[in-house]
Ligand binder design. Structure first.
Ligand SMILES: NC(=O)c1ccc[n+]([C@@H]2O[C@H](COP(=O)([O-])OP(=O)(O)OC[C@H]3O[C@@H](n4cnc5c(N)ncnc54)[C@H](OP(=O)(O)O)[C@@H]3O)[C@@H](O)[C@H]2O)c1
Length: 246
């Protein structure tokens, strides 16, 4: 087993998670990856003994026990978990799909909670454990059509903040990552301008460096954080600038 440690990355079949899996592998970690499908992981899995795929639909809480058992069959502990699985849909107020709220919450928010439930016993066996959850800069100021996605990411942020307080006595660190726009299958369907869009590899490099420092939160890129800070502090102006026109 690698001396660098064991990391579990969810949502690793494409985008940010896939890039993170490649970086951790390259840097000598034992990497366990999950998603519903192998997707772009398939060729990597054939070439790397240090990479293990465990299928997990994070929205399905009936899979928690079996995924934990499978994790335990590969490792007796986890040093770091990066809970990154997520999805996005945009809400249309003129033809509302209210079921979207439940769909997105079950994957993004409850999915992350299910992952914490799955891996906490294995983290407790590590010397210096770390839980990392992926929220979004979308929580910093409201955007149009993001009622479902934004609420799920805000719920993640609050859940992790509270978890951090309660896990302090066990020395389990908790970090919340707030990415800006990253070029992945999730954003490639967007038709609106995405300021400061960056490649997934660049986002993964920033996230990996931040994880080493174990901050409570890491929001990037800073230019977007500043823009959203203004939006939060001047909500009427933000709303006037971002509201869809008739
Ligand atoms: N791209 C951005 O601009 C951006 C910005 C802020 C935050 N984020 C967040 O970053 C994370 C990664 O997103 P991405 O941009 O890299 O998107 P992506 O390429 O679409 O990756 C999403 C990953 O989540 C997995 N996933 C989706 N539903 C799942 C489910 N029910 N169970 C298990 N895995 C599931 C997908 O795999 P399967 O389909 O095989 O299950 C895939 O591996 C997400 O949480 C997203 O909200 C992204």
């Amino acid at each position: 087993m690698s001396s660098k440690g064991v990391v579990w990355i969810t949502g690793a079949s494409s985008g940010i998670g896939l890039s993170l899996a490649k970086r951790y592998l390259y840097n000598g970690y034992r990497v366990i990856v999950s998603a519903r499908h192998k997707g772009e992981l398939a060729p990597l899995l054939e070439q790397n003994d240090e990479l293990t795929f465990i299928p997990f639909d994070v929205s399905d809480n009936t899979q928690i026990e079996s995924v934990r058992e499978t994790l335990l069959s590969h490792t007796d502990h986890l040093d770091c978990v990066i809970l990154n699985a997520g999805t996005c849909e945009y809400f249309e107020i003129d033809s509302p799909d209210w079921d979207m709220m439940q769909r997105i919450m079950s994957v993004n928010y409850l999915g992350l909670v299910h992952c914490v439930e799955t891996c906490l016993p294995l983290l407790r066996k590590a010397a210096n454990p770390h839980i990392v959850g992926v929220s979004s800069q979308a929580v910093q100021a409201a955007f149009t059509k993001t009622q479902a996605y934004g609420a799920s990411k805000a719920a993640i942020r609050y859940f992790l903040s509270s978890l951090r307080i309660d896990l302090k006595k066990e020395n389990i660190d908790v970090t919340c990552i707030l990415p800006g726009f990253v070029d992945t299958p999730l954003t490639q369907k967007n038709t609106f301008p995405m300021p400061f869009l960056m490649p997934a590899e660049q986002a993964a490099a920033r996230i990996e460096r931040a994880i080493e420092r174990r901050p409570y939160e890491y929001a990037f890129p800073k230019r977007l954080s500043v823009m959203l800070w203004l939006g939060r502090h001047f909500p009427k102006l933000w709303s006037a600038l971002t509201a869809p026109k008739e």
